[in-house]
Design a protein around this ligand. Structure first.
Ligand SMILES: Nc1nc2c(ncn2[C@@H]2O[C@H](COP(=O)(O)OP(=O)(O)OP(=O)(O)O)[C@@H](O)[C@H]2O)c(=O)[nH]1
Ligand SMILES: [Mg+2]
Length: 340
């Protein structure tokens, strides 16, 4: 039930406003003359106030009142709660509208569920939006390249995965870096390589890259690092494209690493820069640092790519998890509910 007040100069005019706004079947609860608000009221000016009510059913939502209208959402506690949680988690506005529409559709006009948020329905809608990869841990031999903007955690993630594959799964691992811009980064990588007993090679150009990939052909897992460059550095993206070209597509995974901390506008720009390399999935990093979890939804919805892994700390090894949408949806909903 929505209850609203309308104001006008005459009773007729005010009732017309009620009909226009709530429809012909709205019930008039009270018609009275009241003091006008503001200065005019102080000087004795009056106006007509009509209080009207309207039953909300699913059909009404669809036909008369679009679900995204602010006043409707604020009258229906479940929708209001959904909007508040998603806003606080910085989910993109368009996605919020879709979740609200889907919720209305899912509850099929059940009034109780429009009053009290049904957490199971809400969580299953969130789960449907957080697409995750089915086969994150391929059994056969494969190469994986990690691309993305500076500082998101590409190198750290490679080292976490290298230690996982080498130490936990006993697989034969090698690392190739194409981060040709910083010798410091190469040195750091070599130190880890020695600790993990994993060979590390540096490729400065496409020909060398091809030679190294051939050399590592017998390896179970070849992890390829790249430098995070400014999103305008199309030349480097082009260079990476030439590197990737030498690896058969069926053997290659291209992980686009994006941080949970970054704002959605930046995330979109990053995707637009890197999509020419045809990423196969995304890794959402720095979940531990992010005050909101909206990117767990924003990223897969915008890029249409599944999430393979989430990372949640600086520790190598450790602090990385295979992304599972049920687990992430539950994390998202719990955080959203608790932070209110
Ligand atoms: N809190 C937190 N920090 C992380 C995570 N992953 C990486 N970092 C930190 O983020 C910083 C940058 O990580 P790198 O792995 O060097 O990032 P990168 O993408 O390789 O950076 P460039 O090589 O400059 O492009 C380091 O201080 C990492 O320890 C994470 O999941 N959580
Ligand atoms: Mg790096």
């Amino acid at each position: 039930m929505i209850v609203k007040k309308f104001y006008g100069r005459t009773v007729e005019e005010t009732i017309k406003k009620v009909r226009e706004n709530l429809g012909e079947d709205a019930t008039l609860l009270l018609v009275q003359k009241v003091k006008k608000k503001g200065l005019k009221g102080l000087f004795g000016a009056t106006e007509i106030e009509v209080t009207a009510a309207k039953e909300i059913s699913f059909e009404i939502q669809e036909k008369v009142i679009p679900p995204h209208r602010e006043d409707v959402i604020s009258e229906l506690p479940a929708l209001y709660k959904i909007k508040k949680i998603l806003k606080e988690e910085e989910v993109n506005d368009e996605i919020i509208s879709n979740v609200i529409s889907s919720y209305i559709e899912a509850v099929g006009g059940n009034k109780l569920k429009l009053q009290e948020l049904d957490m199971n329905i809400f969580e299953s809608l969130i789960k449907g939006l957080i697409k995750t990869e089915k086969d994150q841990n391929p059994i056969g031999k494969f190469c994986a390249i990690f691309i993305g903007p500076p500082g998101v955690g590409k190198t750290t993630t490679i080292l976490k995965l290298a230690s996982y594959y080498a130490l936990e799964e006993n697989r034969d691992v090698a690392i190739v870096t194409t981060d040709i811009y910083r010798s410091g980064a190469i040195e750091q990588l070599k130190i880890y390589g020695r600790i993990l007993n994993v060979p590390i090679e540096v490729a400065f150009n496409a020909r060398e890259f091809e030679r190294i990939i051939r050399k590592f052909e017998s390896k179970d897992v070849v992890l390829i690092d790249s430098a995070g460059r400014s999103k305008r550095d199309v030349e480097y993206v082009e260079l990476l494209r030439k590197f990737i070209y030498v690896i058969p597509a069926q053997k290659l995974k291209t992980y686009l690493v994006m941080s949970a901390v970054d704002n959605f506008k930046y995330i979109k720009e990053i995707y637009e820069t890197y999509k020419v390399l045809y990423p196969t999935s995304v890794i959402v990093s720095k979940l531990d640092e992010s005050v909101s979890l909206g990117n767990l939804i924003n990223i897969p919805v915008y890029t249409k790519l599944p999430i393979s892994y989430v990372t949640n700390g600086q520790n190598i090894p450790g602090d990385i998890e295979i992304a599972r949408n049920d687990k992430l949806a539950s994390l998202f909903v719990k955080k959203g509910v608790n932070s209110r």
